[in-house]
Design a protein around this ligand. Structure first.
Ligand code: NAD
Ligand code: MN
Length: 358
């Protein structure tokens, strides 16, 4: 029987709560499927680890997970440590060296969940946002001088490479082609940012020529926020820069009912390195330790992990189990207006996995 080695990195805050729930569900789905198993290795990296060891993960941390089949991640973010330290010290320290350049974020309004948009109750909102995940505004290029003096200056340089833009455009066009509507929106800001964003647009046009069967359009990021709210049904697949897609995908998650539902895959499409799966939300300091975090975003990320591993049947079965549970308001956590706890939702999904119809 095939056994997949999974590196579980819960991180901090509700990351620990939702990853524990995610593992329960993964174990249940493997058992139900019968064709594969998981070997799960736990890594206690993150803010608490940093307080003891002075860094978010060990120096050889990446070597410890390089050979795993996939990574299940919770959240990098600790109340006592500045966000740029936790993010760069853990999440980006994995994503960037492992060249997980395609960040894929599906959005749908799941059964039983209400979108804050009037007129939207299901099929009108079925998007996938592709976020460039290796460069752009998060390239880490920049500096700070004369700290504390009136002459202090700081820069964050958004760096785009032709190779980086070509590969994300190709990935997005290919993904758009694989979906029924074959529709791609390229998000840009080439009116104000007249160098890199203009190159971004030019490369989009060049790559589009390789995908004549995909209909595509181009949209300025500010106008895109309006379109997401006013005309959600006109959108299918979206590609945007690291920063733009970061922001748009939180909006997308909220429009689908809650940030607690939304999943992410950080893919290394060439499979030279393991890919990483995580809910898009963070540590949620306001609810951590209370047992009420919505684990659906992590479960849906587990679906994406199963898909990536090639376990299509198990992925479909888990998604069906998730939808059965969201359809039942008794399983709604407080972010969805309900009273359920993380453990209730988890038990509900495990039950649904074991049920005859999934
Ligand atoms: P957040 O996602 O942690 O929380 C935003 C709001 O959404 C909060 O009110 C929170 O309670 C709610 N929320 C989020 N996930 C939820 C869930 N599963 N169930 C119910 N409610 C949920 O964003 P933030 O407050 O901006 O960030 C908090 C910390 O997390 C910061 O340190 C930040 O850097 C970090 N963070 C990490 C990641 C990551 O590792 N991928 C992503 C975002 C934020
Ligand atoms: Mn974000």
């Amino acid at each position: 029987m095939k056994t997949y080695a999974i590196a579980a990195i819960p991180g901090d805050g509700i990351g620990t709560e939702v990853v524990a729930a995610g593992i329960e569900v993964l174990v249940a789905i493997a058992k139900r499927d019968g064709g594969f198993a998981f070997k799960i290795d736990h890594f206690d990296w993150g803010g608490e680890y940093c307080k003891k060891h002075g860094r978010m993960m060990p120096e050889n941390g990446r070597d410890q997970i390089r050979k795993h089949d996939a990574i299940l991640f919770g959240s990098a973010g600790h109340p006592d440590i500045p966000d740029h330290i936790t993010l760069w010290g853990l999440r980006l320290a994995i994503c960037q060296p492992f060249d997980q350049y395609a960040n894929v974020r599906p959005t749908r309004v799941l059964p039983g969940i209400t979108s804050p948009l009037r007129n939207v109750n299901g099929g009108e909102l079925d998007w996938v946002i592709v976020r460039e995940n290796s460069e752009g505004e998060y390239a880490g290029v920049g500096g700070r001088v004369h700290q504390g003096s009136p002459l202090e200056a700081a820069t964050d340089v958004a760096m785009f490479t032709r190779a980086g833009v070509e590969r994300i455009m190709r990935f997005a066009f290919r993904l758009a082609r694989s979906r029924p509507r074959k529709l791609l929106t390229v998000v840009t800001k080439s009116n104000a940012q007249r160098h890199a964003m203009v190159m971004w647009d030019e490369i989009a046009t060049q790559i589009a020529a390789e995908f004549r069967d995909v209909t595509w359009d181009k949209m300025l990021v500010d106008a895109m926020t309006m379109r997401m709210v006013m005309r959600p049904e006109t959108i299918d697949t979206v590609v945007a820069t690291n920063l733009h897609a970061d922001i748009l995908s939180d909006l997308a998650a909220a429009l689908a009912g809650s940030l607690g539902i939304a999943p992410t895959a950080n893919l290394n499409p060439e499979r030279t390195f393991p890919s990483m799966f995580e809910p898009i939300h963070g540590s949620a300091f306001d609810i951590m330790g209370k047992g009420v975090a919505n684990p659906i975003g992590t479960f849906w990320s587990a679906v994406m992990m199963l898909d990536h591993l090639g376990e299509k049947n198990a992925a479909d079965r888990l998604m069906k189990a998730i939808e059965r549970v969201t359809a039942d308001k008794r399983f709604h956590t407080p972010d969805l207006g309900g009273k359920a706890r993380t453990a209730d939702v988890t038990a509900g999904v495990v039950d649904a996995i074991q049920g005859a119809n999934t």
